[in-house]
Write a protein that binds this ligand. Structure first.
Ligand code: FES
Length: 263
């Protein structure tokens, strides 16, 4: 079904067509842009009820959140009630629901496990340190056990788990040189250098020179958008994306995975 994105349509009751169901919604309107988004996102996928969670994941992954408009559009597209879609989405901690009138959620979420084992092994301090040091483009929230109790305290950055997570507050050159060679390489590194004397390029060089990023790993660099440019990709890495969010510029670098015959 294609939608005219300029026309606001009434929500169609999922029971419409059945004998006793009312054809009119309780005042909820479908935002045409949201309807268009959902229609494109679902493409040829079936609209079956048992795929509701899968479709919610699609929205969450693409938009980093699920707005009330997208929920209503999904409900209509799948011929489900808004209440059913809303209740399912809000039941799971991994769906970030944004109600009407609420601000958008930061593009990156770090979930810190606050269940018993992690709490006993430094989870609360980790949470506090992250909340104190994360910039406005990162949201830090509590989460129930993520199943990595043997490597507590655990956190989840986007879809990536971090074992034995900790925040290091130290001179960056000294901290990196101490980390170099002292442990396995990292799958994910955030570089949030002070804006006034941007050290992003230097930190990138140190990270890669000390071989601190694992094959297939990522580096995320946050700068002021007023900085001249995102640093170029260091040797052996590729710069995949540069995005501006508010006053910040975020650049993503990836170290390609080792080819099978390199092992
Ligand atoms: S208690 Fe934190 S991962 Fe299980």
């Amino acid at each position: 079904m294609s939608h005219d994105v300029h026309q606001v349509r009434s929500f169609e009751h999922p029971g419409e067509g059945r004998k006793r169901a009312k054809a009119t919604p309780k005042g909820r309107q479908i935002d045409p842009t949201a309807a268009h988004d959902i229609e494109r996102l679902l493409g040829d996928r079936p609209r079956r009820r048992d795929l509701l969670i899968e479709h919610l994941h699609l929205i969450q992954d693409k938009y980093h959140q699920i707005s009330a408009g997208h929920l209503a559009a999904l409900a209509e597209e799948m011929k489900l009630s808004f209440a059913e879609v809303f209740e399912t989405a809000t039941f799971y901690a991994h769906f970030d629901i944004v109600k009407e009138g609420q601000p958008d959620i930061a593009p990156l979420t770090i979930r810190v496990c606050d269940s018993l084992t992690c709490a006993m092994l430094g989870g609360e301090k980790l949470l506090q340190d992250l909340q104190d040091s994360a910039g406005p483009t990162i949201r830090v929230v509590r989460a129930p056990c993520v199943g990595r109790c043997d490597t507590a305290p655990a956190a989840e950055v986007g879809h990536n788990f971090v074992d034995h997570a900790r925040v290091i507050i130290s001179d960056v050159r000294r901290a990196l040189s101490e980390l170099g060679g002292a442990r396995d390489a990292f799958d994910l590194v955030f570089v949030d250098a002070p804006f006034k004397d941007d050290m992003s390029a230097e930190v990138l060089t140190l990270l890669t020179g000390l071989d601190l990023v694992a094959p297939g790993g990522w580096i995320v660099v946050e700068q002021s958008k007023r900085a001249p440019d995102a640093p170029p990709a260091p040797s052996g890495h590729e710069r995949v994306l540069v995005a501006t969010i508010g006053d910040h510029r975020i650049a993503f670098y990836r170290r390609p995975s080792a080819a099978p015959d390199d092992n």
